[in-house]
Design a protein around this ligand. Structure first.
Ligand code: FES
Length: 102
């Protein structure tokens, strides 16, 4: 049963920004695209690159290390259906960005 945990505030994640947050040993990448917040597993499944540091175009983030790409809303990648980045539900309460952590 996921718990919603505050991982950021809206001030820390303005439109167009990304942010890496660690919580209980896991790394999350949070993105604000067009005012909508997304949260995905922040570690690239290829070799562990920091996805929050990658450029975002539309809803696609590109890993800064070797260029694997992921949709920040679905976790899907053009590399094929076998690879999918975990996506976490997000709720906004006031200024708080709450993420459903496993
Ligand atoms: S570590 Fe992300 S593409 Fe290699």
């Amino acid at each position: 049963m996921p718990r919603f945990v505050k991982l950021a505030t809206l001030d820390e994640l303005p439109e167009g920004a990304a942010r890496e947050v660690e919580h209980e040993g896991r790394v999350y990448a949070l993105f604000n695209v067009g005012g909508e917040i997304s949260a995905i597993d922040g570690i690239c499944p290829h070799q562990g690159g920091p996805l929050a540091d990658g450029p975002v175009v539309g809803t696609t983030v590109t890993c800064p290390w070797h260029g694997w790409q992921f949709d920040i809303r679905t976790g899907k990648t053009p590399l094929g259906a076998k690879i999918k980045q975990e996506v976490f539900e997000v709720k906004i309460e006031g200024q708080d960005v709450l993420v459903a952590v496993p």
